[in-house]
Design a protein around this ligand. Sequence first.
Ligand SMILES: Nc1ncnc2c1ncn2[C@@H]1O[C@H](COP(=O)(O)OP(=O)(O)OP(=O)(O)O)[C@@H](O)[C@H]1O
Length: 240
Amino acid sequence: MPETLLEIKDLECPRPNGDPIFSHVNFSVREGDILIVQGKSGSGKSTILKCLSHLNIYRGEVLYRGKGPKSYGIPFYRTRVLYVPQRASLLPGTPRDFMSAVTSFSSYNKSDGGKPKKGKAPTIAHETIELAESWGIDEELWDRIWSNLSGGEMQRIALAIAVGMRSAEILLLDEPTSALDPDTASSVEEFLKSEIKRSESNLKALIWVTHSEEQGRRVGTRFTHLSSGGIREEDGDSIV
Ligand SMILES: Nc1ncnc2c1ncn2[C@@H]1O[C@H](COP(=O)(O)OP(=O)(O)OP(=O)(O)O)[C@@H](O)[C@H]1O
């Protein structure tokens, strides 16, 4: 039986006025899962990813390997359950600045309960640039400020950084290929699917928000629908 990585119990996210965006959200994520999240615009798909990465307030429980984010320390937790936003345009500086800052954080460099980290910062940077290059990103783009990159360039660079950091066991992907052409999207999809299966990879599962049913079917292993009343797996069962 694959190990359970995340357990979400009775999650509810309130709006500023107190009304919940969604409530009674229960599900778990196991090793090997590519969990597709679909739902109407405004149903809370981005919000649920932010709750899982502890970037949004919520009620209920989020457990990673049986423990809450605070017991790991939030910065460390976020390197393991890593949110990849739809748009990185609000970040200051360039992608290279961002990558240097992230790889210098102690939470990123901390080893996991004695388990040696695979890879070291200098080689990670090189691999990350190569990965982005395989998706059509020239190295010069790493030195351009985020807001001067196209939406598709931002998406590929943000994803390459998330994978290249090699710290995450779960990536929370918010429409990661929405700005990409079909061929590039397909190459990103194939890479992520193979990375989940590769035994030496730290990456063990994906939660993938997409509006495209076709994409969901191409990449997903489990299919869910989010609405204000909770989350349901495609067969209609609640997914605990
Ligand atoms: N900071 C905020 N303050 C107030 N309301 C918010 C805030 N962030 C999100 N919301 C509201 O919460 C709801 C869920 O937003 P969210 O972006 O999670 O939806 P979504 O399902 O990802 O939408 P889409 O498919 O359009 O990207 C929306 O009604 C949105 O307006």
